[in-house]
Every structure is written in structure tokens, then in C-alpha cells.
Design a binder for this molecule. Structure first.
Ligand SMILES: [Zn+2]
Length: 385
């Protein structure tokens, strides 16, 4: 374990942060090129994958073992969310400032810390001269922050395995389940008229109020369904747009709804519930008219809590940090679902960093990234040697 050098982890992480890869607009290329060159310099054979976007490459590395199986996939996304208003930052977001055991910068936590750990773990394995039986696969994917098919394309291109570890920030807790999400757009129709004679029209905002209260009741109702690791279902109105002018009764009101879905619930059922809410209001109020559609879906995902990949990483986390991670689930959505749902590859979400994702003055603790690299080395040896 002495082979994992803190200075080297820090250097790699700083270099990753110093290459801004904001998405949107999709500036992954600078980081992809850095990773490609670095891995090549270390003697690996990296490959670019120009899918699904020709100008936004992902990078993959396969470090082959003598038998080519089993295969372990380490996954990280190389894009970061934009830094927002620079004036709010107390440190420059793209310099990799080191302060009190932390490295600051956009992407430090989500998730260049995890990427640095994966790169170092692979390097250490290679340098140690240990002969692996199985293949180690590294995926550095584009487009995660905007829900694009970065990871999915890498899996489609054959960079698959028997287990996956998605190195998103979880404070080194092993997440075996994650919630899904669905977004709905709903357009409620009114009838415009002069505001001095509202009785001649239909006020779309007032009609929307009925739906908004129904959604709040629905949220309370579905919140009673609870997943042991991911918590409860949630449904929230997150956007509203309406009105033409101060003196015109609004002719339409547009709402966006975010529905968080616990593992085990099917999207067909969720669609039906939304439809039912609208049908009920229409039944009580013939003037209530709307169109709705689902515009986004991430399915939830889950593997058994005691699956081999989860148990091995828990054991090694305990060995390095002294803390045995309790079973846990993700509230958000990660590329873990592509492994489990699209390719039937058992996968966990597990990595350094925690609640600083997407925040101002984002940072990661260096010790956690170093621990992550060490735990990965042990895990690679356990599974592939
Ligand atoms: Zn992330």
C-alpha cells in the first residue's frame, strides 16, 4: 500500500481540476486528452471513444490479465457542472488550490477525486509487477452531468465487465441502490379575455392551482412508500410559466414536475398515477383541460445489498479506514443504472468526497482520495488476481 503516494494523488487531481471540463457546454476534451496522455506515459494502451459526440471523446483503458476474465470496471465521468458566478467563489475554481488537507475546485468532489484514485490504483498495480488473471477496465466517460450516453456508449463499445464501481462521491459508503427520476411537462389550458371581465374567460393559473395542490397531496401519499436504503418517493412542482400581460386572463399555464422513484417501482405505474391525478381533476371540473408528457426518465437501479462486489469493497474500506460502511443507497441518479439496467452488470456507487458536489468552493479531502486509491488496489487484487 506504500505504493500509493499522496503527492502523486494530489498532483494528478490538481492537473485534472486545472483542465476545466464544464458541461454544459461539453468541454470534456481537455481532460480526456490529459488522461489519455498520462495513461499512455505510464505504459497503458488508452483508447478514445468518440461516441455519442464526435468532438467530446471519452477514454478507456483495458489492462489485460493472463486469462482475460473476470473483468472489473472502474467508472468515472470527466465532465463537471459549470462554476456559476465566479464572484461567489473564495478560491479560483480551476487551479486545484491545496488548503488544510483539502483540494478545492470545480469537480474536486464530483468527481475528479474518484478519477485520480482510479488512475493511481491502476498505475500502482502495473508498477507492482503483480500478475493479474482478469482484466481491469477503466472508463472515463463524457456527458454524465447532462444525462448523455457517455458511459452507455463505452459499455456498448465492449468495455464491459463482471462488476462495476462508479466512483461518484459517497464518502466511501457502498451504495447498492439508487433512485430513479422522471420529469413531466404539463400545459394547462385557459381562455384569454380582458381582466375587467374575467367571467368570460378561463384563468389557466387558477386551474393550475388545483393540479398543484393535488401534486402536493400525491407527494404526501407516495412518500409513505419507503425503500430501506433510498428513502421515500418524492414528487415536486419545480417550474411554472404563465401569463401574457397584466390585464389579460392567462390563456395557459405550464408546469414542470420532478418525480423521484424508489427502486422497485415501475415507470408505467408512475405514469398511470400522474394520469389518474389529471383525470380526477378533469372529472370534477369540466373546464380543466391540459396536455402532459414525460420528457425525461432515469430508471432506478438496485443489486442485492450483500452482493460480492459490495462485500469486497466494504471489507477493504474497513481495512484501510477502520470503518465498516453500513448498507446505503443513493438519492440522486448515477451511471450505475447503465451497468445494472442496460448491461446486467452488478455495480455499486462508491467514491471519495461527499456533500460538496455542484457547490461553490467545492472540495475533496486528500486523505479520502488516497484511501480510495488504496481500497481500489486491494479490491483489484481480491477480484482479479
Ligand atoms: Zn457526478
Amino acid at each position: 500500500m506504500d505504493l500509493v503516494k499522496e503527492e502523486e494523488v494530489v498532483e494528478i487531481l490538481q492537473e485534472l481540476i486545472r483542465r476545466p471540463s464544464q458541461n454544459p457546454p461539453g468541454n470534456e476534451k481537455v481532460v480526456a486528452e490529459y488522461i489519455y496522455e498520462k495513461m499512455k506515459h505510464w505504459g497503458f494502451e488508452p483508447k478514445y471513444v468518440y461516441k455519442p459526440e464526435p468532438n467530446r471523446p471519452s477514454v478507456c483503458v483495458v489492462y489485460r490479465g493472463s486469462e482475460g476474465k473476470p473483468r472489473l470496471v472502474l467508472n468515472g465521468h470527466i465532465d463537471v457542472v459549470p462554476e456559476g458566478d465566479l464572484r461567489n467563489w473564495s478560491v479560483p475554481p480551476y487551479e486545484g488550490v491545496l488548503k488544510e488537507g483539502r483540494i478545492y475546485g470545480r469537480g474536486a468532489c464530483d468527481m475528479k477525486g474518484g478519477i485520480a484514485a482510479a488512475m493511481i490504483a491502476a498505475k500502482v498495480i502495473k508498477e507492482s509487477g503483480v500478475k493479474l488473471r482478469g482484466d481491469l477496465v477503466l472508463q472515463f466517460a463524457m456527458g454524465e452531468e447532462t444525462g448523455e450516453a457517455g458511459t452507455k456508449s463505452l459499455l456498448e463499445e465492449g468495455f464491459v465487465g463482471d462488476w462495476g464501481i462508479v466512483l461518484e462521491p459517497t464518502d466511501l459508503k457502498v451504495m447498492t441502490a439508487e433512485k430513479g427520476l422522471a420529469w413531466y411537462h404539463i400545459n394547462i389550458k385557459g381562455k384569454p379575455t380582458h381582466a375587467s371581465r374575467p367571467e368570460l374567460g378561463i384563468n389557466a393559473i387558477y386551474k393550475a392551482l388545483k393540479l398543484i395542490s393535488a401534486i402536493r397531496e400525491y407527494n404526501d401519499e407516495i412518500g409513505k412508500r419507503i425503500h430501506p436504503l433510498c428513502g421515500k418517493n418524492i414528487c415536486t412542482v419545480t417550474m411554472i410559466r404563465a401569463g401574457t400581460k397584466e390585464n389579460v386572463i392567462p390563456e395557459s399555464c405550464w408546469l414542470a414536475i420532478d418525480r423521484r422513484i424508489i427502486p422497485g417501482e415501475k415507470i408505467e405505474q408512475v405514469d398511470k398515477e400522474i394520469e389518474e391525478i389529471i383525470r380526477k381533476i378533469s372529472g370534477e371540473d369540466p373546464e380543466f383541460k391540459c396536455e402532459w408528457k414525460r420528457v425525461m426518465l432515469y430508471e432506478s437501479a438496485e443489486i442485492p445489498v450483500n452482493h460480492e462486489i459490495a462485500e469486497v469493497v466494504r471489507k477493504n474500506t474497513k481495512e484501510i479506514t477502520g470503518v465498516y460502511p453500513e448498507p446505503a443507497g443513493t438519492l440522486g441518479s448515477t451511471d450505475q443504472r447503465n451497468f445494472i439496467n442496460d448491461f446486467n452488470i452488478p455495480a455499486i456507487t462508491w467514491g471519495p468526497g461527499w456533500e460538496k458536489s455542484h457547490e461553490i468552493d467545492e472540495y475533496v479531502e486528500i486523505r479520502k482520495v488516497v484511501d480510495c486509491a488504496k481500497i481500489l488496489v486491494l479490491t483489484i487484487l481480491d477480484l482479479l488476481k
